[in-house]
Design a protein around this ligand. Structure first.
Ligand code: BES
Ligand code: MN
Ligand code: ZN
Length: 489
């Protein structure tokens, strides 16, 4: 999709659809008034009839016969100034309502929002449009994607245009990155295998000179001593891979941000087999890896002046004659030995070796992203990503990036008091901590492999995908991660 920021005159602007806000007292913003005037007051008349719902986010599509706009989409903003959360709803509702159009121009940056500027509003509008226009069609015999291919955000004057442009740029990158992540997440396990992810990473490097891809295969990982990773990989016929996408857009010598994504392309649980109900959703167990792909794609697209390495730990977790058994003990790359009490706690096994390997990039910070625990969904539900960090400043920066984009994270404890839950009678540590605080003990496990650098862990088990009628990957936490990275530049 193509995104533009532009100062327009709504009475003349040729567009398939002009999106305008209506407040609780049926008042338009400046552009809305101009369009109403150009259509001889017919929009105001329609409002008097009560065709637009009174609830904030209600929309009404109105065909127009005069002027440059072929349609107007009226969106109820409610009593202004509205909050940022209310504006997000407006952005989402209006974006969803224009997906059937080829093109649209939004005048919603004119809406008065508390504690927000034009940059932020334009960012939200572009992000919402990008997300709304995505549909998974890859596996349909007849693909019918949404027609929406061009989205313009109106700025009131030249001065505001700069801000609106900045917001559109980051919002469109966040949308693009999110949709890359959604597409990979939605792909089924028989298509999106570890080898498929390898091919994606290589293709990205081929397209962009600032990005290089390296891949470790099973043999190489074995020789590096990645016994924890290999204990998961060996149960599957699909070859596993450790992938690094190294993007050098920043100053040479500037320490990179390293992202590490859990890329279990299907999680059956292994010998500790999962129950059958909703097991299909374990194709989403590579959404952490998908978010890394999303971020890397967005960075190269934006030509962002940053150094970021995207590491993906890709494997399939299967039961087989070669699979790990409960009680097996393996040696991780760090040298620490692990008793595998549950083969379904495989994410931490692939991630611990990926975290050790990440150290070789001399990172300024390492952030891992993983659909790690069902317990995180119990703790936080689907609204917040679980955030853990061994440094307060990093935690605060990530939380603030999430607040800005509406892709929110909530900090959880990494206290030493939890660590004894991982004590094993037979090895340095065991891979499960018992029924209580399951998300916390999983994070505590990872923390033992991230002692040498600033590190954060995002448990996205609740935020990465939706179940039920709207089943599908959300693309989270790509907006949060991009916001965090771009705040640093
Ligand atoms: N991929 C799952 C976590 C998961 C489960 C995410 C359900 C979203 C929904 C992970 O590999 C896993 O199976 N974790 C176990 C850990 C347990 C065995 C300690 C879990 O959460 O049940
Ligand atoms: Mn599992
Ligand atoms: Zn898993």
């Amino acid at each position: 999709m193509q995104f533009t920021a532009k100062v327009t005159d709504i009475s003349k602007q040729r567009t398939a659809c002009a999106i305008i806000a209506v407040d609780n007292k049926n008042r338009f913003t400046d552009s809305g008034n101009a369009l109403d005037k150009a259509s001889n007051g017919s929009l105001a008349k329609l409002l008097k009839r009560g065709d637009l719902g009174s609830a904030a986010g209600s929309t009404l599509m109105v065909p127009l016969l005069e002027g440059g706009a072929e349609r107007a989409l009226l969106v109820r903003s409610g009593k202004t100034p509205i909050s940022k959360a209310e504006f997000r709803k407006l952005a989402d509702a209006s974006a969803k309502a224009v997906t059937a159009q080829k093109e649209a121009t939004s005048y919603l940056a004119e809406v008065s929002v508390s504690d927000a500027d034009a940059n932020w509003q334009a960012n939200q509008l572009a992000l919402a449009a990008g997300l709304a226009a995505y549909k998974f069609t890859r596996c349909l015999s007849e693909a019918k994607p949404y027609p929406l291919a061009k989205f313009t955000v109106h700025a009131s004057d030249k001065k505001q245009l700069k801000e609106v442009q900045k917001g559109v740029d980051i919002g469109s990158a966040q949308g693009l990155g999110s949709n890359v992540a959604r597409e990979l997440g939605n792909l089924p396990g028989n298509i999106c295998t570890p080898s498929y992810l390898v091919a994606e990473a290589k293709a990205l490097a081929k397209k962009h000179t600032k990005l290089t891809t390296t891949v470790l295969d099973n043999k190489k990982m074995e020789s590096l001593g990645m016994g924890a990773f290999m204990s998961v990989a060996k149960g599957s016929d699909e070859p596993a891979a450790m992938i690094a996408m190294n993007y050098k857009g920043g100053k040479a010598g500037q320490k990179p941000i390293v992202l590490v994504g859990k890329g279990i392309t299907f999680d059956t649980g292994g010998i500790s087999l999962k129950p059958g109900m909703q097991m299909d959703e374990m194709k989403f167990d590579m959404c952490g890896a998908a978010s890394v792909f999303g971020v890397m794609n967005a960075l190269v697209e934006m030509n962002a002046p940053v150094n970021v390495v995207g590491v993906v730990a890709a494997a399939e977790n299967m039961p087989s004659g070669r699979a790990s058994k409960p009680g097996d003990i393996v040696t991780s790359m760090s040298g620490k030995t692990i008793e595998i009490l549950n083969t379904d706690a495989e994410g931490r096994l692939v991630l611990c070796d990926a975290l050790t390997w990440a150290g070789k990039f001399k990172p300024s910070v390492v952030i891992d992203i993983a659909t790690l625990t069902g317990a995180c969904v119990i703790a936080l539900g689907h609204h917040a990503t679980g955030l853990y960090a061994n440094q307060d400043k990093l935690a605060e920066e990530l939380i603030s990036a999430g607040e800005t984009t509406g892709d929110r994270a909530w900090r959880m404890p990494l206290w030493d008091e939890y660590q004894p839950m991982l004590n094993s009678n037979f090895a340095d540590l065991q891979n499960i901590g018992g029924r209580e605080a399951g998300s916390v003990t999983a994070a505590c496990f990872l923390a033992r492999f991230a002692e040498d650098y600033n590190w954060a862990h995002l448990d996205i088990a609740g935020s990465a995908w939706k179940s039920g009628a709207a089943k599908g990957a959300t693309g989270r936490p790509v907006p949060l991660l991009l916001q965090y990275i771009l705040n640093k530049k």
